[in-house]
Design a protein around this ligand. Structure first.
Ligand code: URP
Ligand code: ZN
Ligand code: ZN
Length: 466
């Protein structure tokens, strides 16, 4: 047995902050004790000095797309490169999206994603399932997947001809989720209407990346969010709305929650820190910021921060879906609709959100709540993941709140040739990362390995009495 003690830090969880030492035996946390108390007698094989540091749970990023096939190419991070980058950024669990192809079973899709991930991950991982073909067989398979720990299903109101489901299919999947405990995650944008606007924009010669943001109108996010909430209400199902970017969509979610409905909302760092100004950068630079839902005008950011403070939004995930500028984003030169959708960010989330603490948008505990504890609870991983407590996995980050760093593609570890946050100065930096008791990041050294990360079967959403 290996005993590790983390001494002298400020332990920050979603619930409390305390000066405490943390005792780890092998993969688990076994005790916390106030500094100078019984902890002084703990013997250990390894002592990590956390004086002046925060000791926080490893981040839980509940929305990533490693190797996602999209727009005729693949997201550029593999499970190996993407999970290693996540570890560098203080994230110790990801929940990635396995994809059902049209005409194929959920089983085929899930098996394919297991094959991509197994033996390759630096940190622990779980799966959601993208339902691209809702039919009698795939509805039945949902029950089996819930039993295997794949307890959440993403549906798309966008991307007709690719992932899109019509309202009838959505309703049927929601009814099934209401029965089997699966949480429906919704990409809420009216894709049928958006495609009309895309066609009209291209016909009028509006081909630059900024038109991606213009045709994917805020109203069409709000409308789809509203419709998804109503469909969930009809089905008697809870709903988790992914990558919320528009203030009016936040208002729809807030309204539903005020009415007592089990509706949850997620936003992402790109919507909190970037805007349509980035999409309008000169030349083809705006392509770096093409994702869906799209970046919105700056004014929306205040509403997203407010939503996070008031708990109308509960989770910040990255929607990490990187495509290199050269050779991938470039597929859309002369036609913004051919730019692969997605941004890199799995390495940056914990730091950007710490910057939000420094800037006064969030408290320290709320930082941990939205980035670690709530995603763990939402997706059935708590308290194994998402907290620092006896019995939890020793997924721990020793975080230096005073170190200053500058985000850059020159120094990041994601397999992508640009950073969406290039040149941004951040106060705060990951110093040490433990994944199930193993030190995987130690200062500037990566000590992890592909295959250390284990598949995590998940319970159903822990915010619902079912
Ligand atoms: O632009 C995005 N978000 N790409 C990834 C796929 C999705 O819709 O989440
Ligand atoms: Zn989506
Ligand atoms: Zn996504």
């Amino acid at each position: 047995m290996t005993r590790t003690v983390i001494r002298g830090g400020l332990v920050v969880t979603a619930a409390e902050e305390l000066n405490a030492d943390v005792l780890i035996e092998d993969e688990r946390i076994v005790a916390l004790a106030a500094a100078g108390s019984s902890a002084a007698e703990w013997t250990a094989d390894r002592v990590i000095d956390a004086t002046g540091m925060y000791v926080i749970p490893g981040g839980v990023d509940a929305h990533t797309h490693m190797e996602l096939p999209f727009g005729g190419t693949f997201a550029s991070d593999t499970f190996e490169t993407g999970t290693r980058a996540a570890a560098w950024g203080g994230t110790t669990t990801i929940v990635d999206f396995a994809v059902q192809s049209v005409g194929a079973s959920l089983r085929e899709g899930l098996d394919a994603w297991h094959a991509k991930a197994e033996g390759n991950c630096a940190i622990d991982y779980g799966f959601h399932m993208i339902l691209a073909d809702v039919n009698d067989a795939s509805l039945k398979e949902m029950d089996l997947l819930v039993g295997e720990g794949v307890t959440s299903f993403k549906l798309f109101m966008a991307y007709p001809g690719v992932f899109y489901s019509d309202d009838g299919r959505i309703l049927r999947a929601m009814q099934r989720g209401a029965d089997n405990g699966g949480l429906i995650m919704m990409h809420a944008e009216n894709g049928i209407a958006i495609d009309v606007l895309v066609e009209q924009a291209l016909a009028a010669g509006r081909t630059d990346p900024r038109y991606h943001g213009e045709v994917r109108r805020e109203l069409l996010e709000a409308e789809a969010t509203h419709r998804a909430i109503k469909l969930a209400q009809v089905a008697g199902s809870p709903l988790y709305v992914v990558h919320v970017s528009a203030a009016s969509a936040v208002a729809e979610i807030a309204g539903a929650r005020d009415a007592g409905l089990p509706v949850f909302g997620e936003t992402c760092p790109q919507y909190l820190f970037l805007s349509t100004d980035n999409l309008a950068e000169p030349g083809f630079e705006g392509a770096k910021y093409v994702c869906s839902t799209p970046l919105r005008p700056r004014e929306h950011q205040a509403e997203l921060w407010k939503g996070l403070r008031t708990n109308d939004l509960q989770v910040v995930s990255t929607d990490h879906c990187p495509f290199c500028f050269v050779g991938q984003k470039e597929l859309g030169r002369g036609d913004f609709s051919k730019i692969p959708n997605g941004l890199p960010g799995v390495e940056n989330r914990m730091d950007l959100l710490h910057q939000a603490v420094v800037d006064g948008h969030l408290t320290r505990r709320r930082w941990i709540e939205i980035a670690c504890a709530t995603p763990a609870r939402m997706f059935g991983l708590y308290p194994k993941k998402g907290t620092v407590a006896p019995g939890a996995d020793a997924d721990i980050v020793v975080y230096d709140p005073n170190a200053v760093q500058t985000i850059s593609a020159e120094t990041h570890h994601m397999n992508v040739d640009y950073s969406a946050y290039e040149g941004r100065r951040i106060t705060g930096k990951v110093r040490t990362v433990l994944s199930r008791g193993t030190v995987v990041i130690d200062g500037d050294n990566y000590l992890g390995r592909a295959g250390h990360g284990r598949y995590q079967p998940r319970a159903t959403c822990q915010y619902l009495d079912r």
